[in-house]
Write a protein that binds this ligand. Structure first.
Ligand SMILES: [Ca+2]
Length: 123
């Protein structure tokens, strides 16, 4: 279990922005593109790439240890593969695919503050 968690932690990172720039539009602010490096799947607790950010390169069956369960409101898939987002832990419940390059500044009602697990692959 410990080894599994260590491997997981090595593959992702949670960051808290030092300053929060005001959002003037529905589009992602420029800061989001800086915060989310190419090659990562990024998820934020607030809309428009604001708030705490989770960076992933591998799937996570349970977002609770990272304090991001039922919290994600915007996402950006900067990997070259499709990901699947799930309503429940362990890849259960309602789900939707996030294609490579897809940036969603505001998750639709029904998936906003609902994602509990994420993994690589179409749903
Ligand atoms: Ca949220």
């Amino acid at each position: 279990m410990k080894r599994w968690l260590a491997a997981l932690c090595a593959a992702l990172a949670v960051s808290v922005p030092v300053g929060t720039a005001p959002a003037h539009a529905d589009d992602m602010p420029d800061t989001a593109s800086v915060d989310c490096p190419s090659g990562w799947f990024c998820a934020w607790e607030d809309t428009n790439g604001q708030g705490r950010m989770l960076q992933l390169k591998v799937g996570v069956p349970d977002l609770r240890p990272f304090g991001m369960d039922n919290a994600i409101s915007s996402i950006w898939n900067r990997t070259n593969v499709t990901w699947c987002a799930y309503d429940l832990p362990n890849y259960g419940g309602a789900s939707f695919s996030v294609g490579s390059g897809v940036r969603t500044p505001r998750l639709p009602i029904g998936m906003d503050d609902r994602i509990s697990s994420l993994r690589i692959g179409a749903c």
